[in-house]
Design a protein around this ligand. Structure first.
Ligand code: MG
Length: 398
């Protein structure tokens, strides 16, 4: 079989590094044609040399020596060009945040197989993205572990048999902190995730459960299931990656080690099975698998983002933008943990609902929401990042 030619956007983040780890173990299956990262130029150069990438895309102001014969593209346009690269069969979009939307569209418009870790693409513009995939012949395979689990469970269910989806949530770093203390936890406490090793943004989003709310919206579009048929259950061990409920009341679940390389390999090799056995979990070692309902008092931001999802229009994009601004401010020590939920809530309520028929409309709503969110966060650093998602960096993970 011919080697699959891949482009990895966000190659220096946690997901991107996982992708290259899988690729390195399956050298006969893949050829890396291009890589992109907004910062981390030194690591990107090392990756390009190691995997023989012919093109790299970096942030507009990122400088680095990428060696002879490597074409260097810059800024959002460079990222978009790589996503539509005629030399790539499969595009991995592991860009963090709103900056991932345009590359997603470019890949699907070019009819690519898109291994998607950037959940914001579907949160902000799910209808546009899925319609584009249908019309242009592109296909999305999720890398997000919950969605990969559902994707695989759906393949095992009969047509018409699935009644609802249940996403599992570890509960993040604050699941056992007394509720009255949650608002004042430190950045270090929040970044200590109990089961998954991930980038900073998504680790904070796991502590607020905003990550799970974004995943509900992601699932809604990815699987064309209405929001009221997507539930969340707390599952501390992160072994059951999600469940699908069937019409006879039984469930299908996907279990395994919490290791992102499993969903990564699945997406990279799809529709063929992956050759690597990456699992070290075995049922006999698990003394207990626990499931419990989510305590809404501990996770106020979850309900706020889910209400934005129900409102539809540009509200989910506004919520996601506000979350990016709020998390950045929290990590920088400018706001308290409790302020994240407040900033999202205020931003969604103050962002006027505008048109959302095109990517430009959605990015405009994103830019408006960021301005409002920066004001809500204190405004001290309002000029730090431009609109349209440029505050996000394509370096992270799910
Ligand atoms: Mg996930």
């Amino acid at each position: 079989m011919a080697r699959r030619r891949i482009a990895v956007l966000g190659s220096t983040g946690s997901i991107g590094r996982g992708v290259l780890d899988v690729v390195a173990r399956l050298p006969e299956a893949f050829e890396v044609v291009s890589l992109a990262a907004s910062t981390s130029a030194a690591l990107l150069a090392e990756q390009a040399a190691r995997f023989g990438a012919r093109r790299v895309a970096v942030g507009a102001d990122t400088r680095g020596d990428f060696g002879p014969g490597v074409r260097v593209l810059r800024g959002p346009a460079g990222l978009e060009e790589l996503a539509g690269d005629p030399d790539a069969d499969l595009v991995v979009n592991a860009v963090v945040g709103a900056s991932g939307l345009r590359p997603t569209m470019a890949a699907l418009r070019a009819g690519k197989l898109l291994a998607l870790a950037n959940k914001e693409s579907l949160v902000m513009a799910g209808e546009i993205v899925t319609r584009t995939a249908r019309e242009a012949g592109g296909e999305i395979v999720p890398i997000d572990s919950e969605h990969s689990a559902i994707f695989r469970s759906l393949a095992a269910a009969r047509r018409g048999e699935v009644t609802s989806l249940v996403l599992t949530a570890s509960g993040g770093a604050l699941r056992d902190v007394p509720v009255e203390r949650v608002g004042d936890v430190t950045v270090a406490e929040v970044l200590r995730h109990p089961t998954w090793s991930m980038g900073a943004k998504v680790t904070v989003d796991s502590a607020t459960l905003v990550n799970k709310a974004l995943e509900v919206i992601e699932a809604r579009w990815l699987f064309d299931v209405p929001l009221d048929r997507i539930g969340i259950v707390m599952h501390r061990e992160s072994v059951v990656h999600s469940l699908v409920r069937l019409s006879d009341g039984s469930f299908l679940a996907h279990l395994g080690e919490p290791d992102m390389r499993i969903p990564i390999q699945y997406a990279l090799c799809y529709p063929e099975p992956g050759a690597l056995d990456l699992g070290s979990w075995s049922p006999g070692e698990s003394r207990q698998l626990s499931f419990e309902d989510v305590d809404p008092r501990r996770y106020p931001a979850l309900g706020i983002v889910l209400r934005a999802a129900e409102a539809g229009g540009t509200a989910p994009a506004a919520a996601a933008a506000a979350d990016e601004v709020a998390v950045e401010a929290f990590i920088a020590g400018r706001v308290r943990f409790a302020d994240i939920a407040r900033i999202i809530e205020e931003t969604v309520s103050r962002t006027p609902d505008g048109p959302c028929g095109s990517v430009e409309d959605v990015l405009e709503a994103d830019a408006r929401a960021r301005e409002i969110a920066r004001t809500c966060a204190g405004g001290a650093h309002a000029s730090r990042a431009g609109g349209g998602g440029s505050a996000a960096t394509p370096t992270g993970a799910r």
